[in-house]
Write a protein that binds this ligand. Structure first.
Ligand SMILES: O=C(O)Cc1cc(O)ccc1O
Ligand SMILES: [Fe+2]
Length: 436
């Protein structure tokens, strides 16, 4: 990633161009004839470019899982000075998790959105680690602080998700001013589209809506250009005298991509009951256990609610998977208030949660006669993982921590009503019913 002031960098072309598809073998050349044909490593590549392979899986991974790309660059990536540890600006990007610097908690956690920092903050310094997993060091959910971020085509986070493949260098440049976003890092596996089962061949996220950038390069001297690299959880910097965005042609299937969440085609119940959230899975990073995700990326987009004689909001539940949620914009159907855009919640393995009291009461008040209703202006998401999250102390002690979160359920009354008949056949007051 690059964090230098974007003023020093020539503008990206006004209209960035993309190829569409998911998991394809793509190819692209910014200059006609720059991509070698018939072989990957000619003795001399067209235009004197350097050939460089980037592997996303081990060389010997089965073909259907194997991911790699061949890049033809002005100079190879190796041309840089040694990496040095980057002095952290704050201690909130946590790398190594252990029992003393993180904790697992069965309590429901919620954070309010953090305020925009007063001084300009770039993407790297705006990243705060919220939670990680001890067992595997595979999942690292990061909450990017609201930041004045100078970023490139990561797009506004408003309704896009971008997947950056491990090892790719990227620049973050958000021209629209202060922005916030959420980042989940996964290691050891890659995201794939979920199987659709009985849904059929279409629906949810369509492969054609995933966009992969075409080759684009800049060929200028950039003395002192700084690369920031996250490695083993820690940050390092290295200087080089040229731009890393120097790929003139490439081909392969190990690629970064972006996806506009508004393109998602939701499926849901059309008669009764509330569908499990897996129905809204955009991407899944699998484990070796069938159906058990290292990380599912699930969204809750605008849609129609039509179920009859049904409690329509998410049900009360306890999940063996852990749920980290964020809100990109609008409101969330299970929380009348308190869960705000830019905020987050964490319900770890088996932690009970569900609609707040206001949502419950309002839903019951609507009764069975509620007609079809469209949930609009909303985009919430969930990172759901089979791993046990451990939370950073700063996140627990943060001023943005909502210490009153539990209050949103505490007022749920017992509506239990049954007639208790005494032994002599007389009705007696239902002791279980709460007096209002
Ligand atoms: O907890 C949440 O709000 C996420 C969620 C949504 C839903 O529709 C069903 C289950 C679930 O965990
Ligand atoms: Fe949940």
């Amino acid at each position: 990633m690059e964090t230098k002031n974007s003023a020093a960098r020539p503008a990206f072309p006004e209209e960035l161009k993309y190829q569409s598809g998911f998991g394809n073998d793509f190819s692209s050349e910014a200059i006609d004839g720059a991509l070698p044909l018939g072989q990957n490593s000619p003795l001399v590549c067209p235009y004197g470019l350097y050939a460089e392979q980037i592997s996303g899986t081990s060389f010997t991974s089965p073909r259907k899982l194997n991911q790699r790309s061949w890049l033809y660059r002005v100079k190879p990536s190796v041309t840089h000075e040694p990496f040095r540890p980057r002095v952290p600006k704050h201690g909130k990007l946590v790398s190594e998790f252990n029992e003393s610097n993180s904790s697992a908690t069965p309590t429901q956690l919620r954070w309010k959105p953090a305020e925009v920092p007063e001084s300009p903050t770039d993407f790297v310094d705006g990243l705060y680690t919220v939670e990680n997993t001890l067992d595997y060091d595979l999942v690292n959910a990061l909450l990017s602080s609201p930041a004045v971020i100078h970023i490139a085509d990561l797009c506004s986070f408003r309704d896009s998700s971008a997947c950056l493949t491990v090892g790719f260098r990227f620049v973050v440049d958000l021209p629209d001013g202060p922005s916030r976003g959420y980042v989940a890092e996964i290691f050891g596996t890659h995201f794939q589209l979920p199987d659709l089962g009985p849904i059929g061949a279409n629906g949810l996220a369509a492969s054609r809506d995933f966009l992969v950038p075409v080759a684009w390069f800049e060929h200028i001297s950039r003395p002192g250009y700084t690369i920031v690299q996250k490695f083993g959880g820690e940050l390092f910097t290295a200087k080089q005298d040229f731009s890393p965005f120097n790929v003139v042609a490439w081909h392969g299937n190990y690629v970064p991509y972006k996806y506009d969440l508004s393109k998602f085609c939701p499926y849901n119940t059309v008669l009764m009951d509330h569908g499990d959230p897996s129905i809204n899975t955009v991407l899944t990073a699998p484990t070796d256990r069938p159906g058990v995700a290292l990380l599912d990326f699930v969204i809750f987009p605008p849609r129609w609610l039509v179920a009859e004689h049904t409690f329509r909001p998410p049900y009360y539940h306890r999940n063996c998977m852990s749920e980290f949620m964020g809100l990109i914009y609008g409101g969330y159907e299970a929380k009348a208030d308190g869960f705000l855009p830019g905020g987050a919640s964490l319900h770890s393995c088996m932690t009970p949660h569900g609609p707040d009291t206001k949502t419950y009461e309002a839903t019951i008040a609507l009764g069975n006669e509620a007609g079809p209703r469209r949930i609009s202006n909303t985009m919430a998401f969930m990172f759901e993982s089979c791993l046990m999250p451990r939370v950073c102390p700063w996140a627990l002690e943060s001023p943005y921590m909502d210490h009153d979160y539990y209050q949103c359920w505490i007022g749920l009354k017992s509506h239990f009503a049954c007639e208790i008949v005494s032994e002599d056949g007389q009705d007696v007051e239902n002791e279980h019913a709460e007096k209002k």
